[in-house]
Ligand binder design. Structure first.
Ligand code: ADP
Ligand code: MG
Length: 699
C-alpha cells in the first residue's frame, strides 16, 4: 500500500513527465520554454500538445474535455465537449485540436461582469494556461484556462493573478540584478493555503434551510458545551472522520495536490487540511479543487462539508491561512533570513519591501479578505482584527530596531530549546514564536496572511500582495539603480533604515485581540475597515487605481466592474439570508413555539379544572414567558420584512450595501436574540430542524 502512493500521486495529471514521454522532443522543449519563461505559444506546438493530451486522456478513460475557469462568482466553471468527431459510415473518432486546446468560447453573458459586457456582446473567451497542468476528473479532461471578454478585459481571477505574478517577478529580478545575481531570470511567488472546514451529518444538513440556502445557521442556541474544554484541537480522529480524511487525501493526491497535514481544529466538528506549497497559480487552482473535492468526498461518507466562514454562532468559524514567499528560478527563497539576518542585505531588502507594501496597501489586503461571511470572524476574537498589521517576532524586531538606531546588530545565537527531558532530542527554537492574533505574520522564511475566510479563492489576496510588493520593489529599484557599485551597500542600508522608520507603525507583535490594540492602531493611523461595505471603496481609491495601472494588473474598467460585482455579491448574500430567516421563523420556528404554547395552555386549563394550583402557576409563568418571546420574534420579523423591502427599492450601490449591513443584519440579529433565548425552553421534537447540540456533537 505504502509503495503505491508515489504511483497514485498525480496519476490523473498531464504532468511534465507525461509530456516528456508523449511529445516530440522539439515540441516538448518549445512548450517548456513557454511555461518557464512566459513566452508565446505557437500553433504547431499547441497542436502537438493537443494530440498528446487527448491520447493520454482517452487512455485514462476520458470521453470529454472542458476549459476550466474561475469567473468572478467565487466558484469554478466548466462546459464539457466530447472528443467524438463523426467520420464516414456513421462512425466516430476521438479528436482534439490545438485550436480547441488553446481557445474556448463559452457564452459569457450569464457570468458576472459588472457592466463590462452588455448582454448583446455575450462573447467571452477562455485561453489555455499552460503553467497549470491539465487533469482528469469524472472522465473529463480539465484544461485550466483564463477567461476574458471579446475586448480583452479579464472576467476572471486567474488573469489578474498571472499579471501580478509577472509584475512581481519583473521587479524582483531587477533588484536581484542590482545585487549581482545575474543568473536569476524569474522570481515565483509560492503559496501554501491551510484550509479549515466543518463536517456535519448530511441528514442534519438537509433539515436546515439556513445551511442549504446560506451556508450558515441563522438561528440556534448554543449546546451545553462549546469549545471551552479545548479538547477538539489536535484531538484524535474519530474513525468515520479518519476514513473521510483518508479518502480525501487519496483523491487529492491523484490530482497531484500534495495534501500533507490534517488535524482537528478548535471548534467541535472542525478540521484543517494543508498542502505542501506550490507556485501561486497552481496553488490557487489546487485550492479551488481541494474545496470541491472536500465537499464531494464528504457526501460519499454521509457528511456535508461546510466551508462558510461562520456556520455556527458562539464557536470558531473557519479561515484559510495564506502562506506566501518568493523563490528564484535558481531555487532560492528570498524571505529566508539565513543565520544572520542583520548581515543579509538581500533578505533585508525584500523584508523592507513587504513591510512597505503591507503598510501602503493595507486597505487592499483588507479588501481582499472582505466578504459577508468573513465579516463574522474578523475582529471577533477568533480571527485577526480587521486592522492589518504585521508580526515579525523577537529576533527580527531586534534586527529592525538595531538598524533603525544605527547600532551594529551582533549575530544572534540560535537558542537551544530546553524541554527539561533528557530523552527528547534537542532542537533549536524557531526565530519566531507563533502569534495567532496577527493578520500577517513572519513565520521563519515566509509570511502567513491569516485573515482569509475559508471559502474565498486565494487568488484575490495574492493579487493584492504580489502587486503591492512589486510596487515597493519598483520604488526601491528607482532609488538604487544609479548608485555607483562602491556606494551600493551604504545606499541599501539607508534605504532599509528609511523604510523601517517610515513604515514601522504597521509592525505589531502584541495581542491583536485586545481593545488596547484597536485604540493604539487608531493612534498610529492604521486602517480599521470593520465591514465589507467599509472595505469595498478601497478597490476604486485613486492611489490603488494608479497602482494597478502602473503594473498592468487591472484596467480602470476592470476595477469598476469588480467593485460593482463585489457590492452586488454582498447585498445578494445578505438578502438571501434575510429571506431565509423570515421563512424559517414564519414556517418553522414560530409555529413550533406556538404549538408548544398551545399544549401548555391546554394542559394548564385541565389542571385548573382539577384544582392543581402550584403546577398551574409555574405553567402560567412559562406560557407568559414563551408568549412574550413569540411576540418579540414575530415583531422583529415584521420589521425585517419591512426593511428588506426598503433595501430592495434602493439603487444598487454602496449605500444599499451599507443599508443591508447596518439595518438588515441588525434586524436579523434581533430576531435571533429572542429565538435563541426561547429555544432552550422548547422540548426536543418540536423544532423541525436539528439543534446545535445534534449537529455538532453527534457527528
Ligand atoms: P502552521 O499550522 O504552523 O501554520 P502548517 O504546516 O499547517 O503550519 O502550514 C504551513 C504551510 O506553509 C504549508 O502549506 C507549507 O507548505 C507552507 N509553506 C512552507 N514554506 C513555504 C514557502 N516558502 N512559501 C509558501 N508556503 C510555504
Ligand atoms: Mg498557519
Amino acid at each position: 500500500m505504502e509503495n503505491s502512493i508515489p504511483e497514485l500521486f498525480g496519476s490523473l495529471v498531464f504532468s511534465d513527465k507525461i509530456m516528456r514521454e508523449k511529445l516530440p522532443k522539439d515540441m516538448y522543449k518549445a512548450l517548456r520554454k513557454t511555461i518557464d519563461n512566459n513566452t508565446h505559444l505557437e500553433l504547431d506546438v499547441a497542436n502537438a500538445v493537443a494530440v498528446a493530451m487527448k491520447e493520454w486522456a482517452v487512455e485514462n478513460g476520458a470521453t470529454h474535455f472542458t476549459h476550466w475557469f474561475q469567473p468572478m462568482t467565487g466558484y469554478t466553471a466548466e462546459k464539457h465537449d466530447s472528443f467524438i468527431c463523426p467520420v464516414e459510415n456513421g462512425e466516430v473518432i476521438m479528436d482534439f485540436s490545438g485550436k480547441e486546446l488553446v481557445k474556448g468560447e463559452p457564452d459569457a453573458s450569464s457570468f458576472p461582469s459588472g457592466g463590462i459586457r452588455a448582454t448583446f456582446e455575450a462573447r467571452g473567451y477562455t485561453a489555455w494556461d499552460p503553467t497549470s497542468p491539465a487533469f482528469i476528473k469524472d472522465k473529463t479532461l480539465y484544461i485550466p484556462t483564463a477567461f476574458c471578454s471579446y475586448s480583452g478585459e479579464a472576467l476572471d481571477k486567474k488573469t489578474p493573478l498571472l499579471r501580478s505574478m509577472d509584475a512581481i517577478s519583473k521587479e524582483a529580478v531587477k533588484i536581484l540584478k542590482l545585487l549581482g545575481k545575474e543568473d536569476v531570470t524569474n522570481v515565483l511567488t509560492t503559496v501554501g493555503p491551510e484550509q479549515e472546514y466543518f463536517l456535519i451529518d448530511k441528514r442534519d444538513y438537509k433539515r436546515r434551510k439556513d445551511l442549504i440556502f446560506t451556508g450558515r445557521t441563522l438561528l440556534g442556541a448554543p449546546a451545553p458545551k462549546g469549545q471551552e474544554m479545548d479538547d477538539h484541537y489536535f484531538g484524535n480522529l474519530k474513525p468515520r472522520v479518519a476514513a473521510y480524511m483518508h479518502e480525501l487525501d487519496e483523491e487529492l493526491w491523484k490530482l497531484g495536490i500534495p495534501a500533507k497535514t490534517k488535524h482537528n481544529e478548535v471548534a467541535p466538528s472542525q478540521h484543517e487540511l494543508a498542502p505542501v506549497f506550490d507556485t501561486t497559480n497552481v496553488a490557487v487552482d489546487h485550492n479551488q479543487l481541494t474545496m470541491e473535492i472536500m465537499k464531494k468526498v464528504a457526501e460519499k461518507h454521509g457528511y456535508m462539508c461546510l466551508l462558510h466562514e461562520k456556520p455556527f454562532a458562539g464557536i470558531n468559524g473557519s479561515g484559510k491561512h495564506n502562506n506566501w514567499s518568493l523563490t528564484t528560478n535558481t531555487g532560492e527563497n528570498l524571505l529566508n533570513p539565513g543565520k544572520t539576518p542583520a548581515d543579509n542585505t538581500q533578505f533585508l531588502i525584500f523584508l523592507s519591501a513587504v513591510i512597505q507594501a503591507v503598510d501602503d496597501y493595507a486597505d487592499l489586503l483588507r479588501l481582499s479578505v472582505a466578504s459577508a461571511g468573513n465579516d463574522h470572524r474578523l475582529g471577533a476574537n477568533e480571527a485577526p482584527p480587521a486592522i492589518i498589521s504585521m508580526f515579525l517576532g523577537e529576533e527580527l524586531t531586534g534586527v529592525i530596531e538595531a538598524i533603525e538606531k544605527d547600532e551594529y546588530f551582533g549575530k544572534v545565537e540560535k537558542v537551544m530549546m530546553e524541554t527539561g527531558a533528557q530523552v527528547l532530542p534537542h532542537f533549536t527554537k524557531d526565530t519566531t514564536d507563533r502569534n495567532r492574533t496577527s493578520p500577517f505574520a513572519f513565520t521563519g522564511n515566509k509570511f502567513e496572511f491569516r485573515s482569509l475566510g475559508s471559502s474565498v479563492s486565494v487568488a484575490g489576496p495574492n493579487i493584492m500582495l504580489n502587486t503591492a510588493v512589486a510596487e515597493s520593489l519598483s520604488i526601491f529599484y528607482e532609488q538604487l539603480k544609479d548608485v555607483p557599485k562602491d556606494k551600493l551597500d551604504e545606499a541599501i542600508h539607508k534605504l532599509v533604515k528609511d523604510t523601517i522608520i517610515k513604515h514601522k507603525r504597521v509592525i505589531f507583535n502584541g495581542n491583536g485581540y485586545t481593545q488596547e490594540w484597536v485604540d493604539e492602531a487608531e493612534k498610529r493611523g492604521l486602517f480599521n475597515l470593520k465591514s465589507t461595505p467599509d472595505a469595498m471603496p478601497a478597490l476604486i481609491a485613486e492611489k490603488n487605481k494608479k497602482l494597478f495601472a502602473k503594473h498592468h494588473i487591472y484596467s480602470e474598467t476592470e476595477l469598476e466592474s469588480r467593485y460593482e460585482i463585489r457590492i452586488e455579491n454582498y447585498t445578494k448574500t445578505i438578502h438571501i439570508e434575510a429571506l431565509t430567516l423570515e421563512d424559517m421563523v414564519l414556517k418553522q420556528f414560530a409555529p413550533a413555539l406556538m404549538k408548544y404554547i398551545d399544549e401548555l395552555t391546554q394542559s394548564a386549563l385541565s389542571k385548573k379544572q382539577l384544582g392543581i394550583d402550584p403546577a398551574v402557576s409555574t405553567q402560567t409563568e412559562l406560557i407568559k414567558k414563551l408568549s412574550s418571546y413569540y411576540e418579540d420574534v414575530i415583531k422583529a420579523t415584521e420589521k425585517l420584512a419591512k426593511d428588506v423591502a426598503a433595501a430592495e427599492a434602493m439603487e444598487a450601490d454602496i449605500n444599499q450595501a451599507k443599508f443591508y449591513h447596518d439595518t438588515v443584519i441588525a434586524d436579523m440579529e434581533e430576531i435571533r436574540k429572542y429565538a435563541d433565548q426561547a429555544e432552550p425552553l422548547i422540548p426536543e421534537g418540536y423544532l423541525p430542524y436539528p439543534t446545535y447540540e445534534q449537529m455538532l456533537f453527534y457527528v
